[in-house]
Ligand binder design. Structure first.
Ligand code: DAH
Length: 370
């Protein structure tokens, strides 16, 4: 029944009727509530249209279904309403709240989707592109072989010694039995810094320096850089040598042979033959050059070994007793042997490299092979 249709008279009558009184109050309350809910929904729908992002959407959520919103407050205080209104008020408020909630969720889904797609676009990775790797460094082949040779000699009881690269004429030549007028000097194209100072042409001067400061017995190897004025396929102005020196009572050529044969077999393989060829060095007597059989032709003779079947790997000999007079040793009491080898040459023979200069050009295509 519409209230406007009720005449004053009827109202009076009906008013006495408790039911109508209550009915009318109920109707009034529900009517008010419905209107308010409708306004809320209309406002919400209008505002939702203008929302542009998730932040704005959150504001609307707080406004319409947040703790302080009309709908939530109504639902919270529903217990205070008259019993017969409670269920209807509860139902209407709940329906409105659910609609708002689901509308917001729908919008939220749309915004999240847009946001996700934007993020994907920004972070997109082209999997078809080849990766960029940061190359890992490693030791140069010369250092690798020096360390390998050191290990071999350390295994035989040798110690490692070092000496200066800027050397005096005395240690580089004089005390090694090579006085100024000695023809062997011309074999070393020396870089002189002054009349008596030079870049060492070999690691042999460390023999003298070490003997000066140590008493026998001694077993040392001396790795280091040496310098000569030379530049072609088999010479560079700087290269690497390892020197060896053994001094004790009763050291003989047999000890020298065993030591160097053992070394050659370790570094080149047990199948290689080793030979000692008479030679001349100012600081050893007798002297020898040591060869290994050619691995290319197996000793038959080929271009690599110049038809000889042998490849020279180092120089050696019994320490010339005359050297002991420079270091205060008694040649009647001690004897010894020495040897010296070029590391680049050892590498060339081992890996079949035909140009010494490759070691110093730093071409990664070459270096990375080792
Ligand atoms: N020092 C020599 C050179 O550079 C190599 C050498 C030969 C060293 C015989 C030695 C040796 O100790 O006994 O050619």
């Amino acid at each position: 029944m519409q209230r406007s249709e009720i005449s004053k008279q009827e109202a009076k009558i009906l008013f006495r009727d408790n039911t109508y009184k209550i009915m009318s109050k109920k109707e009034k309350n529900i009517d008010q509530l419905e209107k308010k809910i409708k306004t809320e929904l209309d406002n919400f729908t209008r505002e939702l249209e203008t929302v542009k992002n998730l932040i704005e959407l959150d504001k609307i959520r707080t406004k319409y279904i947040g703790k302080k919103s009309f709908l939530i407050k109504t639902l919270k205080n529903i217990g205070d309403l008259p019993d017969d209104i409670k269920p209807i008020a509860g139902k209407k408020s709940n329906t409105a709240r659910n609609k708002i909630e689901s509308d917001i969720l729908k919008k939220e889904k749309i915004f999240k989707n847009i946001e996700y797609k934007n993020k994907l676009r920004k972070e997109s990775i082209d999997l078809s592109l080849p990766g960029r790797s940061t190359g890992t460094g490693r030791k140069n082949i010369i250092s690798q072989v020096v360390e390998e040779i050191e290990e071999i000699f350390i295994g035989m009881g040798f110690e490692i010694a070092e000496g200066p690269e800027v050397e005096t004429d005395y240690y580089n030549f004089e005390a090694l039995n090579t006085p100024r007028d000695h023809p062997a000097r011309s074999l070393h194209d020396t870089f002189f810094i002054s009349e008596n100072i030079l870049l060492r042409t070999h690691t042999s001067p460390v023999q003298i320096r070490y003997m000066e400061s140590h008493k026998p017995p001694l077993l040392i190897i001396v790795p280091g850089k040496v310098y000569r004025r030379d530049y072609d396929v088999s010479h560079t102005p700087m290269f690497t040598q390892i020197e060896g020196l053994v001094i004790d009572k009763g050291i003989n050529f047999g000890n020298l042979k065993w030591t160097l044969e053992t070394f050659a077999h370790e570094i080149f393989g047990k199948d290689r033959k080793v030979r000692f060829r008479p030679h001349y060095f100012p600081f050893t007597e007798p002297s020898a050059e040591v060869d290994v059989s050619c691995n290319i032709c197996g000793g038959k003779g080929c271009r690599v070994c110049s038809g000889s079947g042998w490849l020279e790997i180092l120089g050696a000999g019994m320490v010339d007793p005359n050297l002991y007079s420079f270091v205060g040793y008694n040649p009647e009491e001690v004897s010894g042997f020495a040897f010296g080898m070029g590391i680049e040459r050892i590498c060339m023979l081992r890996y079949g490299i035909d140009d010494l200069r490759l070691f110093f050009e730093n071409d990664l295509r070459f270096i990375n092979q080792f």
